[in-house]
Design a protein around this ligand. Structure first.
Ligand code: AHG
Ligand code: MN
Ligand code: MN
Length: 335
């Protein structure tokens, strides 16, 4: 008999052992995983399916939507709306929240997602992914509104992503460490392949879009400049650079072998706090990174402590190996 542990078994055992995954949350996570399998299939079809190219529309953030952005969004909604575990969903690709229709029972969970992260990589066959974050609606009040979603990342009850790369890998935390599941295409199920993931505290690898260098603020410039000086500079060691332009893929590399990822505020559009979105990109990734022993900040504040003021709020992000994140934080406080 195989000793392979499926995602289903992992979740059932988590529910039994610690009791901190209620049955509705277990169902929710299974449904999200099923949706990710379906998105993975659409991604794999590529030019053989009608999934490549732009959809000819823009999302609320003024970004051109790709066909797969919309397909992935629909897959997640259709998979999740009928199960009775959710009150509402929110997504990068929808202007406002999607309340579970009246014909279905309403649950107490709130699901947020970036249905397709790394859209610019779809057509060039580079890793992309889905990011998700789960919150609980505060008790008592009937109905659901956008304000129910405006909770700090520290309130998340589950978070994860699925990366569609050479392998399809689902990475999950329910607040008890980070587990990775690889999709077994023959069996059609996610199998536990890594438990208790830990990020090394030190690293010699950074990830940032260097083409924005001239727009950066002084602390970020200083940090990267010192990395670039290598052995001869103040850090006394050489650094390597990677930038996939899919946050899922960059975070997956960091969870696998360490590193630091920066998408900082910059002077291109000074009124924007950053490019990445707090609720469905930065929060879930920050929780995963912290659960694996890393750190995550906007330069001045722990990301998970930020109280959101709107659904599509943006944030500056520095996350990864602890000692590097602490160094960037110190540079921001003028040390
Ligand atoms: P999305 O495709 O969901 O809009 O997110 C893309 C994000 C993130 O995944 C990545 O790290 C970053 O944008 C890349 O931005 P640049 O193209 O500016 O490097
Ligand atoms: Mn994204
Ligand atoms: Mn996206």
């Amino acid at each position: 008999m195989s000793k392979k542990i499926s995602l289903t078994r992992y979740l059932v055992e988590q529910q039994r052992l610690d009791g901190h995954i209620p049955p509705e949350l277990r169902l929710l996570l299974e449904v999200v995983a099923r949706a990710c399998k379906s998105i993975s299939r659409a991604v794999n079809k590529g030019a053989l399916g009608d999934v490549m190219g732009t959809a000819g529309s823009e999302n609320v953030q003024g970004e051109i939507q790709k066909k797969l952005d919309i397909i992935a969004n629909e897959v997640l909604i259709e998979a999740n709306e009928w199960g009775g575990h959710l009150a509402a969903m929110a997504s990068e690709e929808m202007d406002s929240i999607y309340v579970v229709p009246n014909r279905y029972p309403q649950g107490e969970y709130l699901l947020m997602f970036d249905p397709l992260d790394g859209s610019s990589n779809i057509d060039v066959n580079v890793s992309i992914g889905t990011i998700f974050s789960v919150l609980k609606k505060s008790e008592g009040e009937a109905g659901v509104s956008e304000s129910d979603f405006l909770q700090a990342g520290s309130q998340q009850v589950a978070a994860g992503y699925c990366v569609y790369g050479p392998q399809t890998t689902l990475v999950l935390t329910v607040g008890d460490g980070v587990a990775m599941f690889t999709l077994d295409h023959e069996q059609g199920s996610f199998v536990l392949t890594e438990e208790n993931v830990k990020i090394p505290e030190d690293t010699q690898e950074f990830a940032i879009n260097m083409s924005n260098m001239r727009h950066w603020d002084t602390p970020v410039k200083r940090y990267i400049d010192e990395c670039l000086q290598g052995k001869e500079g103040p850090r006394g060691k050489d650094f390597n650079m990677r930038w996939v332009a899919s946050m899922v893929a960059d975070v997956h590399r960091i969870l696998t072998r360490g590193g630091v990822f920066l998408y900082p505020w910059d002077k291109r559009e000074p009124e924007k706090a950053g490019k990445l979105r707090l609720m469905y990109e930065a929060n879930p990734m920050s929780w995963l990174i912290e659960q694996a022993g890393g750190a995550s900040t906007n330069g001045k504040q722990r990301i998970l402590d930020i109280e959101p003021t709107k659904l599509h709020e943006r944030v500056s992000v520095v996350l990864g190996s602890k000692n590097e994140v602490e160094r960037v934080t110190a540079y921001h406080s003028g040390l």
